[in-house]
Design a binder for this molecule. Structure first.
Ligand SMILES: Cc1ncc(COP(=O)(O)O)c(C=O)c1O
Length: 494
């Protein structure tokens, strides 16, 4: 039971878990944070973890683990046979129960699964197009930069309106989907790809009705339906809350229903499956499985471990059960909802309605005076500036998910302006407490009051692909120093 009735008739959320392993955290003083930020080139990916207080960069590979996972890791996970280990066969049985697909292909992480899937479906670039609800950075890089194709996004209108409370922002625009299939011709389309709890629009789900209709269109034109289920845990939990077609169903029956409609599913297991790895499942196409397996042994490793350590293979057994548990995914959904409501009350622009993945601040509306794209070397990138400023004043690390995360057009070298320029404060699973959120909320409120001090960022070193990972920037006009001075007067070093 997660929601228990209180004596006054209201419902209260009680996390169904007890935490027994902890990690001590240390907040660095302001001058250390300022130094770390400069050394990291105003890029939160480059800040060493000992300089971080609360790490909300991502949920990927940093979730808490369960007792069952620990026990499998220290038991089955130590067997370490190169091939044919017991953990793999146990894992196959668990997959059979949750995902009614004939085949499983393990990979070392999500982008490795994407590499195999699009390598096979795009037939070395012969099928150029992948149509999707919302792209993800690694998917786009693989489809476009590795296999020379194009990813075409077909979201619903509300997806980019952060203030809209529309509950299914992850839906595909079905009219546009058919129009695009006819325009590009079905034989040129490798797949329709649907991302569960879509990452770049703030962990927003699609509806079951929209998924059924997408399936119908795929059937009509003979195009495979591919699902990115890295965050299926939150997608399904949100469906249980909001979707009339999911009412009264448990998570197991919803994932089985969704997978019956899906030809190929893949995931970064680092996210909803609590394990550093990845996987692909194939419903019933023997030829596609054969091809995937052929490339798996080239790029990933033997079929029974696929690039993962055996400890992680063993931990995935319970990871799958945790993803489709009826209670566990609500821990983070409750946290996100709480923080979104508190920030919204103070008019801080956040993505609504609360979704999965984390709290997403709309930097275009937070910093309307900072240009999205730098002009005349004056600085730009509101989300990049905001995420840096938040680290500086709090030690909290978020991630820029906006203009910096969108690479330039490889042909023209021009920036491709993004609709959403977000700061993501991810909620790693079962990792932080409400008090941590209260601190984050308080510092964001202070930053909002002092937002006029922030100016943009400009490049010092800009890598050509996925520039957000390793790029180096600096603050235009030394605004970081000015912000530090104001902070110091108000709070002191901490
Ligand atoms: C939706 C989605 N797909 C794919 C990936 C890539 O996975 P990985 O980081 O394991 O390579 C991610 C990573 O965050 C993701 O969020």
């Amino acid at each position: 039971m997660v929601y228990l009735k209180k004596s006054n008739g209201d419902y209260i959320y009680i996390p169904d878990l007890r935490i027994r392993v902890f990690q001590k955290l240390k907040l660095q003083p302001l001058k250390e944070r300022y130094r770390a930020l400069i050394e990291a080139g105003w890029n939160t990916f480059r800040i060493p973890v000992e300089k971080i207080y609360i790490d909300m960069l991502t949920d990927s590979g940093v979730n808490a683990i369960s007792l069952e996972q620990l026990s499998d890791m220290l038991g089955l996970g130590l067997e370490d046979a190169y091939a044919g280990n017991r953990a793999y066969y146990k894992l196959l049985d668990v997959f059979k129960e949750y995902i009614p697909h004939k085949y499983l292909v393990l990979t070392h992480q999500g982008r490795a699964a994407e590499n195999l899937v699009f390598r096979v479906l795009m037939k070395n670039g012969k099928k150029r197009y992948v149509l999707t609800n919302i792209h993800f950075t690694t998917t786009r890089a693989i489809v476009e930069r590795v296999y020379g194709g194009r990813m075409i996004e077909l979201p619903v209108r509300e997806a980019f309106d952060t203030a809209s409370n529309f509950e299914f922002k992850g839906n595909v625009d079905l009219l546009k989907l058919e129009e695009e299939i006819r325009r590009l011709k079905p034989e040129n389309i490798a797949a329709v790809r649907i991302e569960y709890a879509s990452n770049l629009i703030g962990g927003q789900p699609f509806s079951l009705k929209n998924y059924y209709e997408t399936r119908e269109i795929c059937d009509k034109y003979g195009i495979p339906l591919v699902a990115d289920i890295s965050m299926a845990d939150w997608q399904i939990a949100l469906m249980k809350k909001r979707d009339p077609l999911a009412k009264g169903k448990n998570a197991l029956s919803i994932i089985r229903e969704l997978m019956e409609l899906t030809d190929i599913a893949y995931a970064s297991a680092r996210k909803g499956f609590y394990v550093r790895g990845g996987f692909i499942t194939v419903k019933n196409n023997d030829r596609i499985y054969e091809e995937l397996r052929t490339w798996q042994v080239v790029f990933e490793g033997h079929t029974t471990y696929g690039g993962m350590s055996l400890k992680e293979v063993a931990m995935l057994i319970d990871g799958v059960k945790m993803a489709f548990d009826d209670e566990l995914p609500f821990y983070e959904l409750e946290q996100i909802e709480y923080a979104v409501k508190e920030l919204d009350k103070r008019n801080i622009p956040v993505v609504k309605p609360p979704g999965g993945l984390g709290v997403h601040v709309d930097a275009k509306r937070f910093l309307p005076h900072v240009p999205l794209i730098p002009v005349n070397n004056q600085g730009g990138y509101p989300a990049g500036a905001l995420v840096s400023a938040l680290y500086l004043i709090s030690g909290i690390r978020g991630m820029e998910r906006g203009q910096i995360s969108m690479d330039r057009d490889p042909e023209t070298g021009e920036e491709i302006p993004v609709e959403l320029d977000l700061v993501r404060l991810a909620m790693p699973r079962k990792t932080y407490l409400k008090d941590h959120l209260d601190y984050m909320i308080d510092r964001l409120i202070w930053l909002f009051e002092n937002r006029h001090v922030l100016k943009g960022l400009k490049w010092v070193y800009e890598p050509p692909i996925m520039r957000f990972f390793e790029g180096l920037l600096k603050d235009h006009d030394n605004w970081g120093l000015e912000l530090s001075n104001i902070y110091m007067k108000h709070f002191g070093e901490f």
